[in-house]
Design a protein around this ligand. Structure first.
Ligand SMILES: NC(=O)c1ccc[n+]([C@@H]2O[C@H](COP(=O)([O-])OP(=O)(O)OC[C@H]3O[C@@H](n4cnc5c(N)ncnc54)[C@H](O)[C@@H]3O)[C@@H](O)[C@H]2O)c1
Length: 451
C-alpha cells in the first residue's frame, strides 16, 4: 500500500464478527471501504451472509442490508480469502477475563497466528479488542512465527455502547489511534476522516490505557452513586435530589449517574477486573479498581438482603423480574443483573417469573432453573404477583400501567431498581414502593400483613 493509496478507500478485514466486529464492518463499508467480516463461527457467518444478525441491536439490520447490497461488505470463514488483499486488518475478537482477572488474550493471539501466512507486505494489523498495554508485542511475536513479511501494528480501541452502537460508530465522540509509525497514523487517520470525529493520535500503550480508563471511570461513577445511595437511605436524603444538586457543578456534570443494582454487561465488569489484575501484575496491588470490583460483586446480594427484611421475606412469594437484558435496547445478557437476582430470589424461597421485550434466558444459554420461568408478555408475568422488580428501564416496562394489575386485597411491592417510576403514582396505585437511595417509609402493618 502506497501513501497515496492510504487516502483512498481501503480493503479492510475485521476478524471476529461479534458485537463490535459486525457493527464496525457495516460502518466501514458504509463509508466506502471494501470490507470482509471474518469469523471462525460458521453459523454466525451463514446468518450474516443472509443479512441476519445473531443478536438484537437497533438499526444494525438495516445498515447491514444496505451495505451488503453495494457489494462492499462480505462475510467469510476463510482466512486466506479475507486477509490476502487486506490493507488493514482489525482484530475484534473477544477478550474475556481469565480466572486471574487478567485479559485472556488467547483469541487475539490465535487470530494473529491464523492471519499471518496470508498477510500482504506492509499491511497494518490493528487491535480493536480491549487489551492491556504490552499486547502489541505479543501479537507481533505471534505473527512472526508464520511470516517473514513486513507489517505494521496499531491499537484502535472501541468505545461503542450496546443499544446505540450504530449511532455511536457512525458518529463517535472520538477516534483513538495508538501507533508509533507516521505511515500508520496517516492511513488510519484517512480511514476515519469520514466519521467527522476528533482523532486522538497517541502511543499504543496510551490508547489501551484510555480504553480501560474510560470504562473504569464510568464504573466508578456508578459505584460512587451506589455508595451515596446507601447512605441516603439511612439519613432521609434522596439520591436523585443529591445528584440534581451536584450535577450543576461543571466539574461534575448532570449526566451519567445511574444509582442502582451495580454495573453489568459485557464490558464494565470485565474491564474493571482486568485493570485491577493488570495493576497487581505491575506491583500496584493496593488499587481502587479492586475495591470497585468487590463492591459491585456484592451489591446485588446486599440489596436483596435489605429488601428481604423490608418486605418480610421472599419465601412463598411470587416475584416478577422485569428486564432480563443488562440494559435496554439489547438482548445481551452478559453479566445482566437478572442473572444474579433470579437465582438469589429462588434461594430465598420465591417463585420467580421473568419478562423481557428482547432477551431470552434459555436462548442466551442460561440454565433452566426450578421455580423460574420466562413469560411472553408483561401482563402474564404480573398475574397475581406479590413483588415486582423493575430491573431494566425498557420503555415498555417503565411506561406500563401497573394500576391495572394491582390487587387491593393483598400487599404488593414494587422495587424500582433504576429509580425510573413516579413514586407518587406507584403509591397512588397502592403499591409499597422501594427504590434506590430513597428513604421510603415502609408501614409496619404492611410488613406484618405480607408475612
Ligand atoms: N460489546 C461491546 O459493547 C464492546 C464495546 C467496546 C469494546 N468491546 C471489546 O471488543 C472486543 C470484542 O467484543 P464483542 O462483544 O464484539 O465480542 P463477541 O464475543 O461478541 O465476539 C467475538 C467474536 O470473535 C470470534 N472469534 C474468536 N476467535 C476468533 C478467531 N481466532 N478468528 C476469527 N474469529 C474469532 C467469535 O466467534 C465471536 O464471533 C472485546 O475485546 C471487547 O472487550 C466490546
Amino acid at each position: 500500500m502506497s501513501v497515496s493509496q492510504s487516502t483512498r478507500s481501503l480493503n479492510l478485514t475485521i476478524i471476529g464478527t461479534g458485537f463490535v466486529g459486525v457493527v464496525s464492518a457495516a460502518v466501514y463499508a458504509h463509508f466506502g471501504n471494501q470490507v470482509y467480516g471474518l469469523d471462525i463461527d460458521k453459523h454466525k457467518i451463514d446468518l450474516l451472509k443472509d443479512s441476519q444478525i445473531p443478536f438484537f441491536e437497533p438499526g444494525l439490520a438495516e445498515l447491514l442490508q444496505k451495505t451488503q447490497k453495494t457489494g462492499r461488505l462480505k462475510f467469510t470463514t476463510n482466512y486466506q480469502k479475507a486477509i490476502s488483499q487486506a490493507d488493514v486488518i482489525l482484530i475484534a475478537v473477544g477478550t474475556p477475563s481469565a480466572p486471574s482477572g487478567n485479559a485472556d488474550l488467547k483469541y487475539v493471539l490465535a487470530a494473529s497466528v491464523s492471519l499471518a501466512p496470508y498477510l500482504k507486505q506492509d499491511a497494518i494489523v490493528v487491535v480493536k479488542s480491549t487489551v492491556p498495554p504490552g499486547t502489541l508485542a505479543k501479537v507481533a511475536e505471534a505473527i512472526k512465527t508464520k511470516t517473514k513479511r513486513h507489517f505494521y501494528l496499531a491499537s484502535l480501541p472501541e468505545f461503542l455502547k450496546e443499544g446505540t452502537a450504530v449511532a455511536d460508530t457512525l458518529k463517535p465522540d472520538r477516534i483513538v489511534i495508538g501507533a508509533t509509525d507516521p505511515f500508520v497514523f496517516q492511513v488510519l487517520e484517512a480511514l476515519h476522516q469520514p466519521f467527522g470525529a476528533p482523532i486522538v493520535k497517541i502511543s499504543p500503550e496510551s490508547a489501551q490505557m484510555a480504553k480501560y480508563a474510560a470504562n473504569n471511570f464510568l464504573a466508578t461513577r456508578i459505584t460512587f452513586a451506589n455508595q451515596l445511595a446507601d447512605l441516603c437511605e439511612k439519613n432521609g436524603a434522596d439520591i436523585d435530589e443529591v445528584i440534581k444538586a451536584i450535577g450543576y457543578d461543571q466539574r461534575i456534570g448532570a449526566h451519567y449517574w445511574y444509582p442502582g443494582f451495580g454495573y453489568g454487561g459485557s464490558c464494565f465488569p470485565k474491564d474493571v477486573k482486568e485493570l485491577a489484575a493488570y495493576s497487581r501484575t505491575v506491583g500496584e496491588a493496593d488499587n481502587l479498581f479492586n475495591k470497585i470490583d468487590a463492591l459491585n460483586e456484592t451489591r446485588i446480594a446486599k440489596l436483596l438482603d435489605h429488601y428481604e427484611k423490608l418486605i418480610g421475606g421472599f419465601e412463598h412469594k411470587k416475584v416478577a423480574v422485569l428486564g432480563l437484558s443488562f440494559k435496554p435496547n439489547t438482548n445481551d445478557m452478559r453479566v445482566a443483573p437478572s442473572t444474579k437476582v433470579i437465582p438469589l430470589l429462588i434461594e430465598k424461597g420465591a417463585e420467580v417469573v421473568g419478562y423481557d421485550p428482547k432477551a431470552s434466558w434459555l436462548e442466551f444459554g442460561l440454565p433452566q432453573l426450578d421455580n423460574f420461568q420466562q413469560l411472553k408478555t408483561i401482563e402474564a408475568a404480573l398475574e397475581n404477583v406479590d413483588v415486582i422488580f423493575v430491573l431494566i428501564e425498557w420503555p415498555e416496562i417503565v411506561q406500563f400501567d401497573y394500576g391495572k394489575i394491582r390487587q387491593k386485597n393483598k400487599p404488593q411491592w414494587l422495587i424500582d431498581a433504576r429509580n425510573q417510576l413516579d413514586i407518587q403514582q406507584v403509591q397512588k396505585w397502592g403499591f409499597n414502593y422501594l427504590a434506590i437511595g430513597k428513604s421510603v417509609k415502609v408501614p409496619s402493618y404492611e410488613r406484618a400483613k405480607s408475612k
